[in-house]
Ligand binder design. Structure first.
Ligand SMILES: Cc1cc2nc3c(=O)[nH]c(=O)nc-3n(C[C@H](O)[C@H](O)[C@H](O)COP(=O)(O)O)c2cc1C
Length: 355
């Protein structure tokens, strides 16, 4: 088994196990829609076994950064068709990552309405808005009715993604955004059925999984988790036990895949040992994509040792549209320029050279 072996995920057989990680690039300059430039960027990367799109918001309240795309208006659905057909024309596969940022937002993104979260706790740090950096606001704690509406938004986002021509969706439950805010006991202090023990804190995730798999099929649904992540002020008293529970329960849904933002070797955070890939492998029955600081060598070893089935590359895919071809012949790799990660034009986006 190697990075170049085909793999079946859900409904699809992918040509290889080299996955393009979801990457926010802030090129949706008009109405949070996709555009020609984005279609070109994704088509350049279509030899990846699977492309996972940049995170795309499911509602206006889900927005947390300037110029990120959405999947909640008809204009947005229509605009994504350019992207999905450009990728399909090149023989690629593409899933859309469904996003709600929760408290990692600012009222200026949604007509002065406060960001929402499991609990009214502002994250540490600042938020990047159209008017520059601002302090995070204390979010509004979602009521149970509002949680139900949010689940509907996730489901509608998944249906919209299929209408827009995506092969499936990835539920973004990682990196300190809304679903992760519910999962972690550092940000979830609720005392109702969505807070307290991990059964309750994971209720939102499972209700979203349930709604989406019923709407579009488990074989077109993936989930991304970051059990060891501290990004966006996340903390958890016992990530190993909590995420073992989540992974075991996710196994029952026969998802297309589970995508893990991996801990680094020997990583210790939250004062507890983080969850290692081997723990996840034992807890989860199904296809695992891993991601986080991988190069070709580490990725090959991980697949050969059966610790994961496929590997997603983030930064390397920003600067190497032909990463698959480069890996095949061990060609040198372009360096990514972080200055242009979140700018709004083609520089540092579609102009990285191929071999
Ligand atoms: C510019 C940039 C944008 C990112 N945007 C997203 C995103 O939209 N959704 C997400 O889940 N992760 C996002 N990530 C995290 C990556 O998917 C990936 O987990 C991270 O870059 C580690 O992988 P790497 O070491 O191969 O880059 C982003 C990372 C970068 C550098």
């Amino acid at each position: 088994m190697s990075l170049f072996s085909p793999i079946k995920i859900g409904k699809y057989t992918l040509a290889n196990r080299i996955i393009m990680a979801p990457l926010t690039r802030c090129r949706s300059v008009e109405l949070n829609c996709a555009n020609e430039l984005m279609a070109e960027y994704y088509a350049q990367r279509a030899t990846a076994g699977l492309i996972i799109s940049e995170a795309s918001q499911i509602s206006e309240l889900g927005i947390g950064y300037p110029c990120t795309p959405g999947i909640h208006t008809q204009e947005q659905v229509q605009s994504w068709k350019k992207v999905t057909s450009a990728v399909h024309d090149k023989g690629g596969h593409i899933f859309l990552q469904l996003w709600h940022v929760g408290r990692i937002s600012h009222s200026s993104f949604h007509n002065d309405i406060l960001p929402v979260a499991p609990s009214a706790i502002a994250p540490a740090g600042e938020v990047y808005t159209f008017e520059g950096m601002k302090a995070f606001e204390t979010p509004h704690a979602l009521t149970t009715d509002e949680i139900k509406r949010t689940i509907q938004d996730y489901m509608q986002g998944a249906k919209n993604a299929i209408e827009a021509g995506f092969d499936g969706v990835e539920i973004h439950a990682a990196n300190g955004y809304l679903i992760d805010q519910f999962l972690r006991d550092g940000s979830n202090k609720r005392d109702d059925i969505y807070g307290g023990n991990i059964e309750n804190r994971s209720r939102l995730l499972f209700e979203v999984v349930e709604a989406i798999t019923n709407a579009i099929g488990a074989d077109r649904t993936g989930v991304r988790l970051s059990p060891s992540g501290t990004f966006n002020d996340m903390s958890d008293s016992n990530p190993k036990e909590h995420f073992e529970y989540v992974c075991k329960k996710l196994s029952k849904y026969k998802l297309a895949y589970l995508h893990i933002v991996d801990a680094l070797e020997g990583d210790i955070r939250h004062g507890a040992n983080v969850m290692q890939l081997s723990d996840l492998r034992s807890a989860y029955d199904g296809v695992i994509i891993t991601c986080g600081g991988y190069d070709k060598k580490r990725a090959e070893t991980t697949i050969q040792n059966s610790m994961a089935d496929a590997v997603a590359f983030g930064t390397l895919y920003i600067s190497n549209p032909d990463l698959v071809e480069r890996f095949k012949i061990d060609a040198p790799l372009n360096e990514a320029d972080s200055e242009t990660f979140y700018t709004q034009d083609s520089k540092g986006y579609t102009d990285y050279p191929t071999l």
